[in-house]
Design a binder for this molecule. Structure first.
Ligand SMILES: Cc1cc2nc3c(=O)[nH]c(=O)nc-3n(C[C@H](O)[C@H](O)[C@H](O)COP(=O)(O)OP(=O)(O)OC[C@H]3O[C@@H](n4cnc5c(N)ncnc54)[C@H](O)[C@@H]3O)c2cc1C
Length: 396
């Protein structure tokens, strides 16, 4: 597919590296990982070798120090290879790395960032609970002060990378019900008990687990940033996380589009290739438009969230009439994830009966795409965020 977006030489090179990696080291294994419901550990060592587990971590801590847009280009390629791999990388790099960099003490950054960048530990994000998904503020996990430290008690749901032995950012509230805080918890800490591994519809190789926190004792140095600021931090992390999910959706959409286009050239019915039927050509034209629209929004949201990155500031001042950065992130995720589901669905249709079979790659893409409309905030929550921005003047 021709690329019409402006990229620097460095961005082109990193994207080419990610594409080569996805083609050679991810794609050949994707169906096997999906069937086995797990990623091979070797994929993480290879990702670490290329620096892809430290993309957003500054070079001083052993990372690549990539700007947001370049990072998103890599995520798209990884998801084009396999969305479960890309989701593991996005959760590891997005919320966890981002908040550590923004609010971690020097000591916390020195302790964890080099290990995260080297892939010695993987990051996880434990916000959701059985009764608190879209309404994360309703979470019930408690953080009780204990001497100089803390004791955490509660249950978490759907923790991606939760059992991969890493660093988990856990959100909990005080006993009096006030103030949510964020804590850095190392995998293997006594009382962090990984329970059921979910059997998911798609993203089957991604690890999604339930966790019980049965009196986890943490030192005072486990608190991230200020006490009571956890919800604000979670929202900030989700803005960055959502453009990441948008990039994953884009990778899935592009993969489905390419499979459908190639198949439509090969499959002959009524003496002609499917690609000769206007009905098929229009589907592919719409796919291409929706991919391009999603990519434009993802790049726009990245520039808004990180105006100093990628020379974005040299493109002029942000337009005050533009949606807020958070609303743009929501638009990018919504547009890309709905495009991915629609495109993967149409790709299955173009493949006909073969598309419905596990022997062909497109049914997996449809299952994976659906997860993009739910994780890190559902499509309805994206619309809620966008609607709030539409009426923001009424609230001031
Ligand atoms: C693959 C996957 C990985 C995940 N990984 C993580 C992770 O690593 N860490 C983590 O903390 N969580 C994770 N999650 C959880 C995810 O963030 C939640 O599933 C999501 O936020 C929705 O919450 P819920 O499932 O409780 O749905 P609910 O909040 O119960 O929503 C159910 C339905 O009601 C709609 N709805 C809810 N409120 C409103 C409203 N106000 N207006 C209109 N509609 C509404 C929703 O859009 C949805 O359609 C993951 C989920 C998935 C699927």
């Amino acid at each position: 597919m021709a690329v019409t977006f402006r990229l620097t030489e460095e961005q082109r090179e990193i994207r080419a590296l990610a594409r080569e990696f996805a083609l050679g080291e991810i794609r050949p294994h994707a169906a096997g990982w999906d069937a086995r419901r797990g990623l091979g550990p070797e994929v993480f060592s290879k990702l670490a070798e290329l620096g892809f587990l430290g993309m957003r971590i500054p070079e001083a801590f052993g990372g690549l120090g990539l700007d947001l847009k370049t990072y998103l280009l890599v995520l798209e390629e990884l998801a084009w290879g396999d969305a479960s791999v890309a989701l593991a990388v996005a959760i590891h790099s997005g919320p966890v790395g981002h908040l550590l960099l923004r609010y971690g003490t020097e000591e916390q950054q020195g302790r964890y960032l080099p290990r995260l960048a080297a892939g010695e530990i993987l990051g996880a994000f434990a916000l959701s609970e059985a009764g608190a998904g879209s309404d994360a503020r309703a979470l019930e996990t408690l953080a009780r002060r204990d001497g100089g430290g803390w004791v955490l008690q509660g249950s978490k749901k759907w923790v991606t990378n939760g059992d991969l032995g890493g660093l988990v950012l856990v959100f909990a509230r005080r006993e009096d019900g006030e103030g949510m805080s964020a804590f850095l918890l190392e995998g293997g800490t006594p009382g962090w008990e990984v329970g059921k591994r979910e059997v998911t519809m798609g993203l089957a190789a991604s690890e999604t687990v339930e966790v019980e926190l049965t009196g986890v004792r943490l030192g005072a140095d486990a608190l991230l940033g200020e006490e009571g600021m956890g919800f604000t931090y979670a929202l900030e992390a989700l803005d960055v996380g959502r453009v990441g999910i948008g990039a994953l959706a884009l990778g899935i959409a592009r993969a489905a589009f390419e499979h459908a286009r190639n198949y439509s050239r090969e499959r002959i019915q009524f003496g002609r290739a499917l690609a000769d039927f206007q009905a098929t050509r229009f589907k592919l034209a719409d796919m291409s438009a929706r991919i391009t629209a999603a990519r434009a929004l993802i790049h726009e949201a990245a520039s808004a969230l990180e105006p100093e990155g990628d020379g974005a500031s040299s493109m002029g001042e942000p337009d005050p009439e533009s949606p807020s950065p958070g609303a743009l992130a929501a638009m990018a995720k919504l547009t890309a994830s709905e495009a991915a589901v629609w495109i993967a669905d149409e790709a299955v249709q173009i493949f006909g009966g073969y598309g419905y079979m596990r022997d062909y790659p497109v049914e997996k893409l449809l299952r994976d795409a659906k997860g993009m409309e739910i994780s890190e905030g559902t499509s309805e929550i994206m619309r809620l965020v966008m609607a709030r921005d539409v009426f923001r003047e009424d609230e001031t």
